[in-house]
Design a protein around this ligand. Structure first.
Ligand code: GLY
Length: 369
């Protein structure tokens, strides 16, 4: 890659020493930043699905630097998330994202007993969202009872982990049932993926695709493509099931063909030409997926795709100054709804950028497995 990944990782850690101290002093869980300040999640308080990325980022930086400040901040913010297990009613299928990167990371890296219990608690919540008609229910609103979404492929790792932790095969069985359903119902002939598919909650009959955070019904929301790419790669790493690897590779080919010349990622691969809507979070997630696919298959094209994305983000969209607290700019949560951020610095963009660099630099603790 053109940029030096070790040097970039060092600069990132340096900046987060300052901005982690700010978060700790304010006693908050950061979501995004602007005007030199942290901003908390736009919806559902600390139950918002992104809460795990901050402690996950702190654990990544701890593994990179062994700096005690990052470990302490990971533990401080984990406690804010485990409080949400008692609130419960806002939690949804994204307990995978939230607790794999907080209590799950803590348990993996320190063996802490309470963190082990909290991770299993979250895994049970996720398994309880599986409907016997064939899918894990994504969200809580009554009119979305039949929705399953591609993002859930990332959450399945919590179930695979829970079976390894307990030797209880039910968790893995549910993860496989959901992954098989996703392979059947979400993947289009050109290798792109739907964001949302709705089922009849009583019978499991497929109703059809629903428009989500992308440009339009039937379009290709880039972050959804990235969740599919990395999520099926993780399903393969968890099971060694070649069908999941094949699916990950199909999505990867589609994604690679849509990376912009400058290495940035459009928010939707079907957005109108000339409409400048970038989502670097999709690029950072995909870079992680490409790097794991490269490790699993040895294919040089996946390493090249990851490096193109990383160089693009580092050349054009990394801000080491004081106007934002994090690093990665041009992160867009949703194509049409700016409520959660458009062209902002958002914590999960930083998380996946740091994870991708850690994979290259050999410090990634692989918190998803
Ligand atoms: N998992 C929700 C999102 O990617 O916005």
């Amino acid at each position: 890659m053109r940029n030096n990944p070790a040097e970039v990782a060092l600069k990132i850690a340096e900046k987060f020493r300052r901005s982690a101290a700010m978060a700790a002093q304010e006693g908050i869980l950061p979501y995004k930043s602007a005007d030199g300040k942290w901003i908390t999640s736009p919806y559902d308080g600390n139950s918002w699905w992104t809460g795990g990325f901050w402690p996950g980022l702190m654990w990544q930086l701890y593994c990179q630097t062994k700096d005690e400040q990052f470990r302490a901040e990971a533990l401080r913010s984990e406690a804010m998330l485990t409080d949400e297990l008692r609130v419960f009613r806002y939690l949804n299928h994204d307990v995978g994202f939230m607790y794999l990167l907080s209590s799950g990371a803590n348990y993996k890296l320190t063996g802490d007993k309470q963190a082990e219990q909290d991770t299993l608690h979250a895994a049970n919540l996720l398994m309880g969202r599986y409907s016997p008609v064939g899918y894990i229910r994504a969200w809580n609103e009554k009119h979305k009872m039949g929705y399953a979404i591609i993002d859930c492929m990332m959450n399945l790792s919590l179930l695979f982990r829970a079976t390894r932790m307990t030797e209880d095969p039910r968790f893995e069985k549910v993860a496989r049932l959901h992954a098989d359903m996703t392979m059947r119902e979400f993947i289009r002939p050109n290798g792109s993926v739907a964001h949302i598919v709705e089922f009849d909650p009583a019978t499991g009959a497929r109703i059809g695709e629903v428009a989500g955070q992308g440009y339009a019904l039937g379009s290709s929301w880039s972050r959804g493509q990235a969740w599919g790419l990395y999520g099926f790669t993780l399903a393969y790493l968890n099971t060694k099931d070649a069908r999941y690897l094949k699916t990950a590779e199909r999505i990867a080919s589609y994604f690679a063909a849509n990376i912009r010349e400058d290495g940035l990622t459009d928010s939707d691969f079907c957005q109108p030409a000339g409409e400048e809507r970038v989502d670097n979070m999709a690029g950072a997630i995909a870079a992680c997926g490409f790097l794991e696919l490269h490790k699993a298959t040895g294919k040089a094209e996946y390493l090249a795709a990851a490096e193109k994305l990383l160089d693009g983000m580092i050349d054009h969209c990394c801000d080491f100054g004081d106007s934002i607290c994090g690093i990665l700019t041009h992160c867009t949560a949703s194509y049409h709804d700016d409520g959660a951020g458009r062209h902002n610095n958002i914590t999960y963009g930083d998380y996946f950028l740091v994870e991708a660099l850690a994979k290259i630099n050999g410090t990634d603790p692989m918190l998803w497995i």
